[in-house]
Write a protein that binds this ligand. Sequence first.
Ligand code: SF4
Length: 147
Amino acid sequence: MSIKRPFYEDGLKFQCQGSGNCCTSHGEFGFVFLTLEDRRRFAKHLNISTAAFTRQYCDIKDGVWHLKEDPKNPDCMFLKNKRCSTYEARPTQCRTWPFWPEVLNPKAWKSEVASFCPGIGKGKLWSKEEIETIAAEDAENASRFGT
Ligand code: SF4
């Protein structure tokens, strides 16, 4: 019996090029979902209470908090001059990009990631172990959405 090797067995090259492309809405990847920990980190960064941050910057859909969206502008509201203006406090969903479990397959990687992210194939070679650690962090984070 052969064990199927993941397409990233030999690692994947990725280095953020600062394009800001991942910070604009891409259909199903449109929402920036937030755990309580994400909202607390944001609030601390902005020097306001978590309740105030949630009131001002968040919406809830199906019990899950996400950053508010402007229907006329697909960009994240924290994207300023193509840069994340809250980079140090960015949510886990943003930190773990592009190693999300749902795009770690050859088809999604090619069509949904490499097609709009200029960092794919550049710079640091991430090992299989590093990729899986980040993907696991993203999955663990996603399991806490709505808290
Ligand atoms: S919080 Fe920052 S990194 Fe995340 S989508 Fe918004 S601008 Fe991009």
